[in-house]
Design a protein around this ligand. Structure first.
Ligand SMILES: Cc1ncc(COP(=O)(O)O)c(C=O)c1O
Length: 372
């Protein structure tokens, strides 16, 4: 994790961008000390993340949500620094309250999330530019909204936000920037627009990521439009920083070897079903790579609670530990106690000192507390 954070700090320093941790991807209070000082703050998707960022991480808090309930807007205006709206019409309805809040907290800034309608490939459920997307305002819908606007429609707005990438490299960002400039360049060039938030999905800490290209792109946008650039990666902060350790509970056979683990695809690693993807298990291979094939499944009643088919050099035994790699992002933040199963314990291992501290052990109260 420290390695990823050091890379991100260097990119921030060299490019002049502000880099925030996307709490939606990874939120572990035990490592907030590590984040503080290396990153410029957090990005939040709602009130609770914004409060967590404000009270426990520090630095800037930038928030975007597809829509805000009245009470959430009031709460956010007390804790966030930047607040981006999904449509101009949402902003127009909230403007008076936002301007009143800004009079009390002059550092508050407001932005509009745009949709450059440029998909860079990948998985449909992670594509905010897919047809009929509800995320970000397209140029057409902006024009429709502005047609009914009175006075200066940009009064109070100082930034644009876009988030269109997912596990992408700098070349996907370059393509996206061209689409942003083509559709929204005139707005970026307006005097009152002082910042552009390029969202997350930048896989900056991956070894083959072209960081100098990213730095050039950011510097160029800053220079051309005289704006501050903000990035809010989640995954890039946490990749290769955490594992999920499970235990083999049973080994039934039904046409093939099965293994039931004390974890769950649906409750503990839902992206394996949603995305879907196949996490690597230490010491395993794809079917056929090793002689002993197993279908790894979870502890819940869901028939499809299956992580995938994995081969091993030796037969599995009850009690064996299986280690799922790269499990810190979009896992801890998404777990549920479906079926009343325990949440995975959360432990922090300090690779510099070798010390291991268990931060949280799941309890009956975690399950009961959510039920009202
Ligand atoms: C608005 C916004 N910002 C940042 C992120 C973080 O993206 P990633 O974890 O892919 O870097 C997301 C992810 O969905 C997002 O929706």
């Amino acid at each position: 994790m420290a390695h990823n954070l050091d890379i991100l700090r260097r990119v921030a320093d060299e490019s002049g961008a502000r880099i925030l941790l996307a709490l939606k991807a990874f939120a572990l209070p035990a490592i907030f000390d590590l984040i503080r000082g290396r990153l410029d703050g957090v990005c939040a998707s709602g009130v609770y993340e914004a409060r967590l960022g404000r009270h426990e991480v520090g630095g800037q808090v930038h928030t975007f949500g597809p829509a805000y309930a009245d009470e959430d807007l009031d709460a956010l205006l007390l804790v966030t620094d930047h607040l981006s709206f999904n449509t101009w019409e949402q902003w127009a309805r909230a403007r008076d309250r936002c301007m009143t809040a800004m009079a009390r907290r002059p550092s508050l800034r407001f932005g509009l999330r745009i949709n450059p309608e440029h998909s860079v490939g990948g998985t449909a459920i992670y594509d905010p530019c897919a047809p009929y997307s509800r995320l970000g305002t397209t140029r057409d819908s902006l024009e429709r909204d502005l047609a009914g606007a009175d006075g200066d429609p940009w009064r109070g707005l100082s930034g644009l936000h876009f988030h269109t990438l997912c596990e992408n490299d700098s070349h996907a960002l370059a393509e996206t920037l061209s689409a942003v400039e083509e559709r929204f360049g005139d707005i970026l060039a307006r005097d009152g627009i002082r910042w552009v938030n390029m969202g997350g999905g930048h896989h900056i800490t991956r070894p083959d990521y072209d960081r100098s290209h990213l730095t050039t792109l950011i510097r160029e946008i800053r220079r051309r439009y005289d704006v501050e650039v903000i990035l809010e990666p989640g995954e890039a902060i946490a990749i290769h920083s955490g594992v999920l350790v499970s235990t083999v509970l049973d080994l039934p056979v039904n046409g093939m070897n099965l293994a039931i683990l004390d974890t769950s695809a649906t409750a503990h690693m839902p992206d394996t079903l949603e995305m879907p993807y196949r996490p690597h298990v230490w010491g395993s291979g794809t079917p056929g790579a090793h002689p002993h094939l197993y279908r790894l499944g979870g502890q819940t009643c869901l028939a499809g609670d299956v992580i995938g088919d994995y081969s091993f050099a030796a037969p599995l035994r009850r009690g064996d530990r299986l280690v799922f790699d790269d499990m810190s992002h979009y896992t801890m933040v998404k777990t549920t106690t479906f079926n009343g199963i325990a949440l995975p314990a959360i432990a922090v291992w300090d690779s510099a000192t070798g010390s291991l501290s268990v931060e949280r052990q799941s309890s009956y109260e975690d399950f009961r507390g959510r039920l009202g």
